[in-house]
Design a protein. Structure first.
Length: 217
């Protein structure tokens, strides 16, 4: 079970960003005269690339979806970014893993700049050897592409047996499998057991503390 490189998802794994993301989505949709009656209907947006979700759930074509993302970021870049909180136990987990000799990296579908701002805001950035995210131009958004970028940037393409991904949604699992690495799925985030099992997660844990226990085997 001993791994050297641990890749973490951000939303739903390190931080609970639901409020800020949903507020930003509502702002973006309002620009098209769309009112969200039930905020719980926005939960599927938490995790996957935003452009894909708005096309899937609101029927936007790609051009309109790209425009929506710009509107979304108007709110997110100034307010939604910080309507967020670190899950209890996460900083202790990162500290424990780093002190134990693990190399920690971020692999998120959130753009690089926003991801770094969030980690810096919460004082978590110094735990990570590399912060990898999506690009603002939507050319790198899918989790498989983000994970590949992180692996290639750190010369890990021939050392996949030493890498573990930690995430809460099926896109984390599928993206990791696409790159040939094991995955820990977490249940305290935005996905559920059925979603993670169906996607093929190698391990599923319920709490932040369970992650450290699993990695110490």
């Amino acid at each position: 079970m001993k791994k050297q490189y641990i890749l973490f998802d951000l939303d739903g794994t390190l931080t609970d960003s639901q409020e800020g993301i949903m507020n930003s989505i509502e702002h973006g949709l309002a620009c098209y005269g769309i009112r969200v009656e039930d905020r719980s209907s926005l939960r599927p947006f938490l995790g996957p690339p935003l452009i894909d979700s708005v096309m899937k759930y609101y029927g936007f074509d790609r051009e309109k979806a790209a425009e929506f993302v710009v509107k979304y970021r108007e709110y997110f870049s100034t307010r939604g970014l910080f309507e967020n909180r670190v899950y209890p136990g996460v900083e202790e987990l990162l500290k424990t893993l780093k002190e134990a000799g693990y190399t920690l990296m971020l692999a998120t579908s959130k753009p690089d700049g926003f991801s770094r701002q969030i980690l810096e805001h919460f004082g978590l950035d110094h735990y990570f050897a590399f912060i990898g995210g999506a690009t603002m131009d939507e050319k790198r958004t899918h989790k498989g592409d983000v994970i590949r970028y992180v692996l290639e940037s750190n010369g890990l393409t021939d050392r996949l047996e030493e890498v573990m991904m930690v995430g809460d949604r099926e896109n984390d699992v599928l993206g990791a499998k696409e790159n040939g690495i094991e995955v820990i799925g977490v249940l305290y985030g935005y996905g559920d057991r059925e979603e993670l099992q169906s996607a093929g997660a190698d391990h599923i844990v319920e709490t932040v503390e369970d992650i450290a226990a699993l990695l110490s085997w």
